[in-house]
Design a protein around this ligand. Structure first.
Ligand code: THU
Length: 136
């Protein structure tokens, strides 16, 4: 059965193949669907310092923003797990910068999927930060 997000999941599976994961060996792929229709894929990029690792979601968004995109409809995230994974806290904040109501399509390599909204994973992402408080 063909569903709305099949193409986006396919792009994230492709992205996953480029994962640079010498430390965790856990490759993750992501693909973001822009309002314009364009799709940008990403994979996680690890680092020997561990903490500098960038998740697949942020790589996909960075690639899209570098190409001039700022409006996003959905992002697919895929890993070879039993249950679909969800973006980490840092990625949730990063995604909410542009699209607080982004659709998150989490999928496994085997084909299971879960669709949820970023606003449920990270409600009120901008409260108490910079422009949303009164600075003395
Ligand atoms: N990772 C992602 O790329 N996206 C996620 O949503 C979860 C975690 C990466 C970071 C690290 O390279 C590896 O998965 C293990 O956490």
């Amino acid at each position: 059965m063909y569903t709305q997000f099949d193409g986006l999941i396919r792009s994230s599976l492709k992205g996953r193949l480029r994962g640079y994961v010498p430390y965790s060996k856990f490759a993750v792929g992501a693909a973001v669907q822009c309002k314009s229709g364009a799709v940008f894929a990403g994979s996680n990029i690890e680092n020997i310092s561990y903490g500098l690792t960038i998740c697949a979601e942020r790589v996909a968004i960075g690639s899209a923003v570098a190409a001039g995109e700022r409006e996003f409809v959905a992002i697919a995230v895929v890993a070879d797990t039993i249950e679909p994974i969800a973006p980490c806290g840092a990625c949730r904040q990063f995604l909410a910068e542009f699209s607080p109501d982004l659709v998150i399509v989490s999928a496994t390599v085997a084909g299971d999927r879960k669709i949820e909204n970023l606003s449920n994973l990270l409600p009120d992402p901008k409260r108490g930060i910079l422009k949303n408080v009164h600075i003395r």
